[in-house]
Design a protein around this ligand. Structure first.
Ligand code: ZN
Length: 289
């Protein structure tokens, strides 16, 4: 969601860049199909080579990095807005059910993937904003480190939630068991580099987990309105199951949508590639590197 001024400047930007040639931000292919449109000038394209859905015009990398320092604003009142001390107290008391950021469903997945002592499980929360999910992982006993591009949000979490949030990729520790990201990949201007960082910082056999809005056909069929709403200025990529199937075709993976069925996770651990239900709004991929 965006302010009126942001919407207008986005529209003007789209008009000026209308004649640029689309190029897939993941694989550089210039072959595409138009999937959806907004305000006529802004299109959702499907890369015919890697299946990524991406918004055109595409955000420039430098612009994105600056954007996430200060301008990025999701109007759910928690993702990008740092809470007052009273709000923070309410969030904590309700286990973040107030603010709709309760992380129990992710914690169940971690436990299913890696039975054993939670304090032995090293989790990296990548793109953690001010740390509302990292905090819950830490409270449950996981060994947690986090990364966030925005320095003000990282500072907030380090100071108020006593987290270990890094703002430099080079400071991310190695040999993590789980590289977790919640609602990051759809914003990321360079998905390949995000996956490369995961591979570098995971131990052999570690799990890459990404949760994002669901751009899969099954969800669009069930909820065309929700599908149309979910892409735009703050979501330059719209991730769908076919994109994951293509880019992770040489790995063991599970692709599904919420509510996550732990039996699917079990079959993923025993079989090679598992696709679960894809018809709800939150998409998840778990890949073993
Ligand atoms: Zn592509």
């Amino acid at each position: 969601m965006q302010s009126y001024v942001q919407k207008i400047s986005y529209l003007i930007d789209s008009i000026f860049r209308f004649n640029e040639k689309p190029r897939c931000p993941f694989c550089d292919s210039m072959l595409y199909k138009v999937i959806d449109r907004k305000y006529y000038f802004t299109k959702l394209l499907s890369c015919t080579s890697c299946n990524l859905y991406y918004r055109f015009p595409v955000e420039k990398l430098e612009k994105s990095e600056l954007y996430y320092q200060d301008d990025y604003n999701e109007l759910d009142g928690i993702t990008s807005k740092m809470p007052t001390s009273d709000e923070l107290l309410d969030f904590k008391k309700s286990d973040f059910i107030i603010g709709s950021k309760n992380a129990d469903r992710y914690i169940q997945i971690f436990k299913q993937l890696m039975p054993g002592k939670l304090s032995d499980i090293k989790v990296l929360d990548y793109g953690c904003s001010w740390g509302y999910i990292s905090y819950q992982f830490k409270n449950k006993g996981f060994d947690i480190q986090s990364y966030e591009i925005s320095k003000p949000r990282a500072d907030f979490g380090n100071k108020n939630l006593l987290l270990d949030i890094k703002t430099d990729h080079n400071e991310i520790r190695l040999n993590n068991d789980i590289f977790f990201s919640s609602h990051v990949i759809e914003h990321h201007p360079d998905i390949s580099s995000m996956i490369a960082i995961a591979k570098k910082t995971l131990k052999n056999g570690g799990f890459f987990i990404a949760v994002s809005p669901n751009g899969s056909d099954e969800y669009r069929y069930k909820n065309p309105h929700g599908f149309h709403r979910s892409w735009g200025k703050v979501h330059p990529n719209y991730i769908n199951a076919n994109f994951y199937k293509e880019i992770f075709k040489n790995y063991s993976y599970y692709i599904g949508s919420s509510p996550f069925d732990l039996r699917d996770i079990n079959s993923f651990l025993n079989e090679y590639q598992v696709i679960g239900n894809l018809s709800s709004e939150e998409l998840i991929v778990i890949v073993q590197f």
